[in-house]
Design a protein around this ligand. Structure first.
Ligand code: ATP
Ligand code: MG
Length: 461
């Protein structure tokens, strides 16, 4: 921990009610209840962290955290609806239906809850459970903007680290020595990128400078935590900005090593274009309150890696269908070293990839099968997305867009007579289709060679 001797900390700046814009009506009534109850119980209680920061810039916090000098047990004694969670650092959760107000006792030093600490070398004391003063609590936080305390005693904001001014200037500054703070917890580099994108804050040059140098430290962070950070970065309405910022600060190669490599080696730039478009669409969908899924998001984030791997396998002469599955498996496996993408997302992600070549088929039976595939819609949306980098899929997009709107009869007419069964079997693409009768194994007639895989990794991809 960077020791910031408390003696050199200036007295807190107290910003009175008329010096800031936080109004009680913007605070969750449940959070206010907690603050008042703590006060009645003789304890101090403050709204803290992201909520105060967001309120100061006129935003709507998604959750309200409280910091207090009461121990978790003392908090529990004040609330019937309270449970204590956490083993290494105990926190009180006060539960109001679906809303949970997290109440943390002031603490000294860091435990970010990551579980990463254990991997840090010998000699570091695990001082997780050391309670502290409000000053200790302020300086162990990451950015000055995240270390402001709002009290219902007099509705003032207390600032121990200069965060109030930094929020006004919309800048993220690390508390203490930036390099030391990133070494302590490398995920703070991602938080800098994420929060600056989300809030439209700049990253203070001193906080930005060490990031490209220290980026490799992120590979030691817990993959489950990085998955959570990714969801916050890419599924919260600011995915495009976050991605550009990751690139700018040299973090992309640590987080998505194979995608970063593929983007660099892809001369046409189509893979990057497609990915940025995917993130822009995601932001758009969130703005329109439409659902977004981690499976689709990761299908896009790892598509460049998948295409690159597939191209390598095909060059080596691997059968296209085998190559597709193998490329999908390899990319999924390699990426798992960094980011723990749960299977319930990696499996549909792979399906989205593996369905892509099937959009090139026009055999009547296959068209109907693909249309009724449970992953059709996601795979079709993905095909549309690919069009941004690979215009050659435009015909397929047009065909399938119309196919979805046609009645089965209209579609059947458009496709013409079904070909004889024997022909179907010859053209079997090997992609498992539910409800398929077992097929005789036949040698595939390839015309042209590698046509399917080529349609996935088109010339511009
Ligand atoms: P968001 O709006 O995305 O929730 P947040 O700042 O509230 O942003 P949280 O992850 O909810 O982020 O964390 C709550 C608070 O805990 C932060 O405002 C900060 O004060 C502190 N904090 C979180 N992560 C760290 C960390 N890695 N190092 C130091 N302090 C942290
Ligand atoms: Mg928060």
């Amino acid at each position: 921990m960077t020791e910031i001797p408390l003696s050199i900390l200036p007295a807190p700046r107290i910003v009175p009610r008329d010096g800031h814009g936080i109004s009680r009506k913007d605070i969750s009534p449940n959070a206010l209840r907690v603050l008042y109850r703590l006060r009645e119980g003789g304890f101090s209680g403050y709204l803290v962290g992201g909520a105060v920061r967001d309120l100061l810039i006129g935003g709507h916090p998604k959750d309200f955290d409280v910091a207090t000098d009461a121990t978790p047990e003392q908090v529990k004694s004040l609330f019937r609806n309270c449970r204590i969670i956490g083993r290494r650092f105990r926190l009180a959760h006060v539960v109001y239906g679906r809303e949970i107000i997290e109440v943390a006792t002031f603490r000294a030093n860091v435990d970010d809850g990551s579980g990463d600490r254990e991997t840090v070398g010998e000699g570091r004391l695990l001082r997780d459970n050391v309670y502290g003063t409000i000053e200790d609590d302020a300086v162990r936080r990451d950015f000055t903007a995240n270390a402001l305390y709002y009290t219902v005693d007099d509705f003032s904001v207390r600032d121990y680290v200069g965060g109030f001014e930094d929020v006004q200037a919309r800048v993220l500054k690390l508390i203490g020595d930036p390099e030391a703070r990133y070494r302590e917890d490398p995920v703070r580099m991602l938080r800098a990128v994420r929060l600056s994108s989300k809030l439209d804050f700049s990253i203070d040059p001193e906080a930005a400078e060490p990031i490209p140098r220290l980026a490799p430290l992120l590979s030691g962070a817990a993959p489950a935590r990085l998955f959570d950070e990714c969801l916050k970065m890419f599924l919260a309405g600011h995915a495009e900005k976050s991605f550009l910022s990751l690139e700018k600060h040299g973090l992309l190669p640590v987080l998505f090593p194979e995608t970063a490599k593929a983007i660099i080696t892809n001369r046409s730039g189509a893979l990057r274009t497609m990915l940025v478009q995917a993130l822009r669409n995601t932001d758009q969908r969130i703005a329109e309150d439409k659902p977004v899924t981690p499976a689709f998001l990761f299908a896009a984030l790892l598509w460049p890696a998948y295409c690159r791997e597939l191209a390598v396998l095909q060059k080596g002469g691997t059968d296209p269908l085998v190559a597709q599955q193998r490329a999908a498996d390899r990319v999924t496996l390699h990426q798992a070293d960094r980011i723990a993408l749960p299977r319930r997302f990696s499996q549909p992600m792979q399906e989205i990839w593996l369905l892509q070549p099937r959009f090139g088929q026009r055999m009547r039976k296959r068209v109907f099968r693909l249309l009724s595939h449970p992953r059709f819609r996601a795979a079709f949306d993905f095909l549309e997305l690919r069009q941004s980098g690979s215009p050659e899929v435009a015909d397929d997009v047009a065909f399938w867009r119309e196919a979805q709107l046609q009645s089965p009869e209209q579609l059947a007419d458009r496709l013409g007579p079904s070909k004889p069964r024997s022909d179907e079997a010859v053209e079997e693409d090997g992609v498992a289709v539910e409800g398929d009768a077992p097929k005789k194994r036949r040698r595939r007639r390839r015309k042209p060679a590698n046509a399917e895989a080529a349609s996935v990794v088109g010339p511009s991809e």
